[in-house]
Design a protein around this ligand. Structure first.
Ligand code: GAL
Length: 570
């Protein structure tokens, strides 16, 4: 177990002497000028599920204006699943549910626009939506055209059933991108693959935001776990220290929509909003605005908290400290100051201190409380938040506006998470760029011992347990993928496990290798497959309680057809 650590040292998030003013990595996304800051709006799902209709949505539009939400920046009013009729018309056009929306979507869009708001709508790239209404598969061009004719400004594109489409996500999204461009209407595209790695395989080429998590629920545990997808290591190798390097102006990590106003305790609402603010997450309110309390409205419209989220520099905040549920995040801002969130998730009341060294500052600094909107004074080397009880937090801005911009953190370089050299690359020597389930153990079985399959031990490989899905970036550089797959000899149970290798992500559903069900009595499977041109590879281990090994797992580049034998070691 690791002890208390100052993550900025351990995780290569070092302050470089070279001024690093951009936060996201150098891979360039499309730049259509949309969503330069995280989109803000309201979405129907968290508050109303499918119980939406014309009068409710109009009342929400009215409330967005009268409550001050619109003027605070919440401009997109997005209808989630449940708005459409069960069948398309005879020409294949999508129709609004005639019972719920008797005047149709164009009329609703006009109403929304007249309020000074923008109109958003939900669809799905599967053949059905998640609520089993007509999806857009094979209707992409037509549906995007329909949406544009209704005046849609924002599309939330879900992923249910899309694994049946037989298309890589990257290929499928390119179809949507082109179809949207063909309409000539500027439309923000928000996609959901439930955290299956959109940041990794380059969704930013087509989408402005992508979900990094499963659905958020109205509980603080769910809020923390969604935040951990974007700001922690729930879905990526810990070395990355969250997904910050994949976000920036025009392309954002989306840990899902807000549950502010739906949580049992206002203190939790506030923590939730602070986290979304510092993580540069899209701010899509999900409470019923028709019955919002003043307390909730004050949280959702807190100007200085929103300003951090909407900062033009577009750096996603990242953790600089984590120990036993105590977390500190830092988000360098465009005006030369930086925002710092100090959060105590643990049960024990605690003091927390941030030092100026940790956030790239030197000398006496001004500190301002962003919730209280008041200056707390000048502090010489650090700031301490005293007596933080569970979910207690302090959200401050440090520094003087107008000063020299603070350097951002240093991204993990490509060669650390991608195949860049010829010859053998052991996957255990690369950082995975997407994870679901258990993180694999590097060069060890899951129980911490040597990897061992059917009596043979291996120095290199990945030890898994239960369910472990990890994506590596092959970068189109590798020729062959080789491994020995089998249950680890230390596992004595009777569970059945399965090893699969997929090209790109889960949704592409292109299986390069499938072990079928294996018990510990099965001989190890020697895998040796062609991966020429493969950009990303997904290793899927599904084993219930079982421990299984991708022993000696490696890729080989530039072999010119020569197949290199697996290196066994006794
Ligand atoms: C889920 C999605 C939710 C909501 C729902 C509608 O897949 O993650 O945010 O859109 O579908 O059916």
């Amino acid at each position: 177990m690791k002890t208390a650590k100052r993550l900025f040292i351990e995780w290569t998030v070092i302050w470089s002497s070279i001024l690093c003013l951009v936060c996201s990595s150098t891979i360039l996304a499309k730049d259509d000028g949309l969503a330069r800051t995280p989109p803000m709006g309201w979405n129907s799902w968290n508050a109303l599920k499918t119980d939406i209709d014309e009068s409710k949505i109009k009342a929400i539009a009215d409330a967005m204006v009268s409550s001050g939400m619109r003027d605070a920046g919440y401009v997109y009013l997005v209808l989630d699943d449940g708005w459409m009729a069960k069948e398309r018309d005879r020409d294949g056009n999508l129709l609004a549910d005639p019972g719920k929306f008797p005047h149709g979507m164009k009329a609703l869009g006009d109403y929304i626009h007249k309020k000074g708001l923008k109109f958003g709508i939900y669809e799905c790239r599967g053949y059905l939506t998640c609520q089993k209404l007509p999806g857009s598969f094979q209707h992409e061009e037509q549906d995007m055209g329909t949406f544009a004719s209704w005046g849609v400004d924002y599309i939330k594109l879900d992923g249910c059933f899309a694994e049946r489409n037989g298309r890589f996500s990257s290929v499928e999204l390119a179809i949507y991108k082109r179809s949207i461009e063909n309409t000539g209407r500027p439309i923000v595209l928000s996609i959901s693959d439930f955290g299956n790695g959109s940041w990794a395989w380059g969704a930013k080429e087509a989408a402005h935001l992508w979900r990094t998590s499963y659905d958020i629920e109205p509980s603080i545990e769910s809020v923390y776990s969604c935040a951990d997808t974007s700001g922690g290591h729930a879905v990526i190798h810990p070395t990355f220290n969250g997904l910050w390097q994949f976000a920036g102006p025009g392309h954002w990590n989306d840990p899902d929509m807000l549950q502010v106003g739906n949580l049992p305790d206002p203190k939790e609402d506030k923590v939730h909003f602070s986290l979304w603010s510092i993580l540069a997450a899209p701010l899509m309110a999900g409470n019923d605005l028709r019955s919002m309390s003043d307390a909730v409205r004050n949280i959702l419209t807190a100007p200085e908290v929103i300003a951090v989220n909407q900062d033009a520099r577009g750096c996603q905040g990242y953790k600089i400290y984590e120990n036993g549920g105590r977390e500190i995040y830092n988000k360098p801002l465009s005006d030369g100051t930086t925002a710092v969130l100090m959060l105590n998730k643990s049960k024990a009341t605690t003091d927390m201190t941030v030092t100026w060294d940790e956030i790239g500052l030197k000398g006496t600094q001004n500190v301002r409380d962003l919730w209280e909107r008041k200056d707390l004074g000048e502090f010489r080397t650090s700031f301490t938040a005293a007596n933080l009880s569970q979910h207690g937090h302090v959200f401050i801005k440090v520094g003087t506006p107008g000063g020299r911009p603070i350097p951002g953190p240093v991204p993990v370089p490509l060669e650390k998470y991608s195949v860049t050299t010829s010859g053998i690359t052991y996957l255990s020597d690369l950082y995975y760029i997407m994870k679901q389930g258990n993180a694999p153990h590097k060069d060890q079985s899951f129980n911490g011992k040597a990897l061992s399959v059917r009596g043979t031990t291996y120095h290199k490989g990945l030890g898994c347990r239960d369910s472990s899905r990890i994506m590596y970036k092959l970068n189109g550089k590798a020729d062959r993928f080789q491994a020995v797959a089998g249950l680890d000899d230390s596992y004595t149970g009777r569970e059945t496990a399965r090893f699969r290798v997929l090209n790109e992500d889960f949704f592409g559903n292109q299986v390069l290798f499938d072990s079928g069900p294996m018990t510990r009595d099965h001989p190890a499977k020697k895998i040796d497959i062609d991966v020429k041109g493969v950009e990303y590879i997904l290793l899927m281990f599904d084993g219930n309680e079982a421990a299984g090994d991708w022993a000696d797992v490696k890729v080989i580049a530039n072999t010119a057809g020569k197949i290199i034998e697996n290196n066994k070691s006794e």
